[in-house]
Design a protein around this ligand. Structure first.
Ligand code: ADP
Ligand code: MG
Length: 596
């Protein structure tokens, strides 16, 4: 991926400086003449600078600058740059360093974005991004730069200072081992490797999540992902689980077992905070985040109600049947789902994408999807209620599919009888109360009747797989790929907008951008009336595993603002596309090509 030969015939820093000064006062469009590759050499560093894309005007999206430094100059220890985990952690660390230094170097140098220097800013999660690559050849950093202008004319001297003086400082201060804090980098890598090791042990130990003693779970605010400033400390219950880490020895904590787990407790006692930490435990976090050794099964999905979303061709019949007006629940489509149907569709979509753990919080769940108590059973007979409540399906989900559920439910004790583990949160600390809860459930003579039947799915009617039809994304007028715009909680693909507010495990706008690219890529290569969605997801994720996120960038723009995502978030975005067209691929017929 990194090509680092310094070409002796390549234009150098002096040439670029000269050229920029000559361009002073010319129309902004003439910046295009500096597109290309430059070899910068000086006493402390030698590197390549490429201007891959030059913005059209000072107010447009900024220009793309790519810096390449060979390991001969960068000098990172071999053991860091050859191992996947260390490589991921160190690239993430360097991205944060560059972000800081870029911030200090950027200066308003004219109109619009003039003088801006940016790298895709990371969240608290440590993930693979295209902003920085590191391997045994070298480092590549991708920045965006606002080429300076006065009005709409080139500010040549400012541009020369920006590109030829400021940018090289990023290399000398952030991309060379000797300029960085080695101990801090080591801690970064170790924290990452510890978290990976903990997550790997979950399955062997029959666990789906682990929260260590001393973790700090609450966040500073609803819009600030940093840990609570006062530093809350998590104290595990007396039944502690012990796991091993390569760098911090044995760690004790709360281990949540596979199966059905119920989190109960009074309002404001920390139930949702615990569930949120588990939800985010799919990511490793930066040291000092407070959740840096809190881990969950990598295939954990947060499931919630999302009324108003669109649904296309989902078989929700195990949960909702006999809808009014003879609507099909075997292939349920709507442009405006209710709370319960959106949650049912979300659950089936999660199974389809391969989820192994579901997280549900009462705060964001539809009550009628979750429970149907005894009095309601007495008043409204089963044949008048399309919904089979989740309480009657949650065990089957585990028994039939091995899908565990962790559920926050402070308002109803009905779930006591179906839970394997009950955890009570009191003053933000957990206590295992399974036995008390079971005893209470058994002593109750007025138990509700289960309405769930034998299995999650009635025998003989397996879930139909869905294929995504290629025209799910409407064609653009000019026949080109749709224009992509990514925001933290939504994406715009051409004329279509996908609302991602309910996809809570997306943590960075860079993931949204990458997922948007992935949808366009999947449409080009894999959306096919004969291919189940799960296979489409396999194919896309395999291509990324082989070629990195750049595999999605077929126009070779070398975006520096893509971040790694899971198949589940890709599926979630596809499923929320309002123009989605699906076909059921029936498994009932033996022939491959048979559709309904
Ligand atoms: P619940 O879901 O039980 O109603 P939450 O998890 O929403 O409660 O927590 C209520 C509030 O307490 C939140 O503002 C949360 O940030 C805060 N909080 C959670 N855990 C702690 C803690 N250990 N120390 C201090 N505040 C906490
Ligand atoms: Mg809550």
């Amino acid at each position: 991926m990194l090509q680092l030969e310094i070409d002796l015939l390549m234009k150098d820093r002096q040439w670029l400086k000269q050229r920029l000064i000559e361009l002073d006062g010319y129309g902004y469009g003439d910046y295009r003449s500096i597109r290309g590759h430059y070899g910068f050499t000086d006493a402390s560093s030698a590197f390549n600078l490429s201007l891959n894309y030059v913005q059209r005007d000072p107010f447009a999206a900024p220009s793309l600058v790519c810096l390449q430094v060979s390991q001969k100059v960068a000098g990172f220890p071999v053991r860091w740059i050859t191992e996947y985990a260390a490589q991921t952690a160190i690239a993430d660390y360097l991205t944060r360093q560059v972000a800081q230094v870029a911030q200090s170097l950027q200066k308003e140098r004219g109109s619009g974005k003039s003088g801006q220097i940016k790298i895709a800013a990371p969240s608290q999660a440590v993930i693979r991004r295209t902003a920085i690559w590191i391997n045994s050849n070298g480092i590549e950093a991708r920045l965006t730069v606002g080429l300076p202008a006065l009005g709409r004319r080139i500010a040549g001297k400012a541009a020369a200072t920006l590109l030829c003086d400021s940018i090289p400082q990023i290399v000398s201060r952030c991309l060379r081992y000797s300029a960085l804090d080695a101990a801090e980098m080591e801690r970064y890598i170790q924290t990452f490797q510890d978290a990976e090791a903990l997550r790997h042990q979950l399955a062997q130990r029959g666990l789906v999540a682990f929260i260590p003693e001393g973790a700090c779970l609450p966040r500073r605010s609803g819009v600030d992902e940093r840990p609570l400033a006062s530093g809350a400390v998590f104290i595990p219950p007396s039944e502690k689980v012990k796991l091993q880490t390569p760098h911090s020895g044995e760690i004790k904590g709360l281990g949540i077992k596979a199966g059905v787990t119920l989190i109960v407790g009074g309002g404001y006692h920390g139930k949702s905070t615990l569930l949120k930490a588990i939800e985010q435990g799919i990511y490793n976090h930066v040291p000092g985040d407070g959740r840096d050794r809190t881990v969950s099964h990598p295939d954990t999905i947060k499931l919630r109600a999302e009324d108003g979303r669109s649904v296309s061709g989902v078989d929700i019949s195990p949960l909702i049947n006999r809808l009014p007006g003879d609507r099909s629940s075997r292939s349920f489509s709507t442009a405006n789902a209710s709370g319960s149907t959106s949650q049912a569709a979300g659950l089936i979509e999660a199974i389809e994408a391969g989820a192994k753990v579901l997280l549900i919080d009462e705060d964001t769940a539809a009550t009628n999807f979750m429970i149907r108590d005894r009095n309601m059973q007495a008043l409204i007979s089963k044949d008048k209620e399309p919904i089979t409540p989740f309480i009657d399906k949650v065990r089957q989900l585990y028994d039939d599919y091995g899908i565990s559920t962790i559920l926050v439910m402070g308002g109803s004790g009905d779930y006591f009888s179906v839970a394997d583990t009950v955890i009570a949160m009191e003053n933000y600390q957990p206590r295992i109360v399974t036995e008390q809860a079971k005893a209470i459930a058994q002593a109750d003579p007025n138990q509700r009747r289960s309405e769930g039947g034998e299995n999650f799915i009635k025998s003989g009617s397996p879930l139909a797989a869905r294929a995504i039809l290629p025209d799910s994304l409407p064609p653009q007028k000019d026949g080109r790929s749709p224009k992509i715009k990514a925001l933290k909680d939504k994406m715009i693909l051409g004329y279509e907008e996908i609302d991602l507010r309910a996809v809570e495990q997306i943590v960075e706008v860079h993931q949204v951008k990458a997922i948007a690219q992935a949808i366009v890529y999947a449409q080009r290569h894999y959306f096919d009336a004969k291919k189940p969605l799960s296979e489409v997801l396999d194919c896309v994720m395999e291509d990324i595993a082989k070629g990195g996120l750049d595999a999605l960038d077929e126009d070779e723009r070398r975006w520096g603002d893509l971040a790694m995502f899971r198949r589940f978030e890709l599926a979630a975005a596809i499923n929320r596309l309002r123009t989605l067209k699906t076909a059921s691929i029936s498994y009932i017929c033996a022939t491959e090509t048979a559709y309904r």
